[in-house]
Each structure stands twice: as structure tokens, then as C-alpha cells.
Write a protein that binds this ligand. Structure first.
Ligand SMILES: [Zn+2]
Ligand SMILES: [Zn+2]
Length: 316
């Protein structure tokens, strides 16, 4: 079954002549997915109105965005990221998955296995591209690390170390990933410790949480600057999104505080649409499909996610 699907994908790729190269230029494309763990949309909106997220503001201005994208239920780190990286509504398809869906457990090598479904890295790897996953030491994203699908898979304790590794990889022409996932987590730690606020009760986010968002904005600015310095920005699609928001000092539930996430594309492969006015809701699992489309790769037919066409340059 799996083999047949792959055969289909390969035949389609050949027939459609898709390749991860920009037509006529012979230049390789790059897709970078940055996930802000616990990046709450309403808090981002508030800081943007106060001009306190200059880097995100510039990306939104130059690319496309919505601050009303939706994550999956439960709005927890493992199910949301696994959906983001497998193109499906993972908890809806696998409601009885103990480790990922029911318990949101850190990956434990002695008890857990990577997912059986196709990951975005798997599609890219099978097309001969280089892939990298740089995530938090909590290892709730390690379920997406299937054998032989990632050139780099690193779990590091803090944002700055992860960012530095991402920049080092991007700088190194031989190791540079075509598809890079970067997990930033300071926001989630600040939310659990100091609070995300509560929109319904009119409680604003804690100052510590707001500061963590500003710190992450600065890190994203550093990443973009590096891409520009390495002359990669024009051939990059940068997707900045989140796994969930938060309410009071937690998340996992169904409130808009927890479910609403930012979804931003920028870089040379993004369309300059500014605020996306799509009729459909953009979901966290549309990220994987958009990433594959930007790389010129076919999207597995059983995915729930679809490319967000309005966020991509029309010739992609
Ligand atoms: Zn999370
Ligand atoms: Zn959390």
C-alpha cells in the first residue's frame, strides 16, 4: 500500500517534471518552517499594534499572513507539531494514539516509535533533498523523525543554540538543508510559568510572556538577516507559525486563546498578499502541503492539508 503510494508520487513527479529548482535559473529553493511554541495570536497582534515586533511586522508586510489560522484539538505540542509536519489532522485520524494525542508525551527511545504516516521530511528526502529538524529538548517532535528521512535531527535546550545551528547549516553549502524546521520555545516556557492571559476574561498576557515574544522576534530577525547575507533570501519560503496559543498558564483545550495561531510566509518565494483573505480557514497541517508545493514536490493524496496558494508566488 505504502509502496504503491510512493510509486504514484514518483510517477507523478516524473510526469509533471517537478523539481526543487526555480525554472530557468538553476537555483535551488529553500523552505524554512519556524514554529513559535505557544505563540498566541492575540498577544502577537497586541505587540504588533505597539510596534514591538519589528521583524514579524516586516515579514507580514513583505509577504502574506493570517493571525486567525487554527491548530488541532488537543492544542498540545506533540499532536500540533505532528500535524504540522505530516499534513494531516493527526488527532482526528488517530484519536487513540496514546503517546502523541492522549498524553502529549516526550519521545522515549525505549517505548516510542516515530509515526507511521508520511512526513514532510520523508517526501523531500525521497526526492533527493536535504532535510533538517532542530527542536526543543522536550522531544515532543521526535515522533516526526522517521529513519533515513532527516540529514540532521537535533534536540537542543534553548532557542539561541537552535538558531545558531540553523544559521550554521544554512551557511554551509554542502550541508544546507532544502527543508529546515526550527522550533523556538521560550514563549511556551514563559506562558506556563507566568501566563498567556485570558482573552474572554480580559486578562492580558504576562509581561514575561510578551517579552519572550519580543525575544523570538529578534531571533527571527537574525535568521532573516543571515539568509540575506548568504544570498538565500530570494529563493526561500519562510513560514512562521505556532503549534498552539495558551490560556492562563496552560493549553490543550478548545478555546480561541489556545487554538488560534499565526501563519506567515515571507522570502522570495512568498506572494506579497499582506493579510490573506481566503474563504477557507488555514490549518496548522496546511504548513506541510505549502512547504512541499514551494519545493516543487507533489502532495500525498491522503493529506488533509492543502497548499495556501495565496501565500505563494504564482509561478510556483
Ligand atoms: Zn507547544
Ligand atoms: Zn506548553
Amino acid at each position: 500500500m505504502i509502496r504503491r503510494q510512493w510509486l504514484k508520487v514518483m510517477v507523478m513527479t516524473t510526469l509533471m517534471g517537478l523539481s526543487p529548482v526555480i525554472e530557468g535559473k538553476g537555483v535551488e529553493r529553500l523552505v524554512i518552517i519556524v514554529s513559535i511554541d505557544g505563540g498566541k495570536s492575540s498577544a502577537i497582534k497586541m505587540l504588533l499594534s505597539e510596534k514591538k515586533l519589528p521583524n514579524l511586522e516586516r515579514l507580514m508586510d513583505e509577504g502574506s499572513y493570517t493571525l486567525t489560522a487554527q491548530t488541532v484539538i488537543p492544542s498540545s505540542t506533540a499532536p500540533a507539531h505532528i500535524s504540522m509536519l505530516t499534513g494531516i489532522d493527526y488527532p482526528k485520524r488517530f484519536p487513540n494514539d496514546e503517546a502523541i494525542v492522549k498524553k502529549n508525551e516526550p519521545f522515549d527511545d525505549s517505548r516510542h516509535k516515530p509515526v507511521s504516516v508520511t512526513t514532510v521530511f520523508e517526501v523531500a528526502k525521497r526526492a533527493g533533498l536535504r532535510t533538517a529538524l532542530i527542536a526543543g529538548a522536550g522531544k515532543r517532535i521526535k515522533y516526526a523523525e522517521k529513519p533515513k528521512t532527516l540529514d540532521v535531527a537535533q534536540y537542543l535546550p534553548n532557542d539561541d543554540e537552535r538558531l545558531q545551528l540553523a544559521i550554521d547549516l544554512l551557511k554551509d553549502e554542502k550541508r544546507r538543508p532544502h527543508l529546515l524546521f526550527l522550533h523556538l520555545t521560550e514563549t511556551d516556557h514563559a506562558g506556563h510559568k507566568h501566563g498567556w492571559g485570558n482573552d474572554e476574561k480580559g486578562i492580558p498576557p504576562s509581561l514575561e510572556y510578551l517579552q519572550s515574544l519580543q525575544n523570538i522576534d529578534r531571533r527571527i530577525g537574525k535568521l532573516v538577516k543571515a539568509l540575506q547575507e548568504f544570498n538565500l533570501w530570494e529563493r526561500t519560503l519562510l513560514i512562521v507559525t505556532a503549534d498552539h496559543g495558551g490560556i492562563d498558564k496552560n493549553h490543550g483545550g478548545k478555546t480561541p486563546d489556545e487554538l488560534t495561531i499565526p501563519w506567515i510566509t515571507a522570502g522570495g518565494l512568498a506572494r506579497r498578499s499582506s493579510e490573506l483573505r481566503t474563504k477557507r480557514t488555514i490549518f496548522v497541517y496546511d504548513t506541510a502541503a505549502t512547504a512541499l508545493r514551494a519545493l516543487g514536490l507533489p502532495i500525498p493524496s491522503n493529506w488533509d492539508g492543502e497548499p495556501v496558494w495565496e501565500a505563494l508566488k504564482s509561478n510556483l
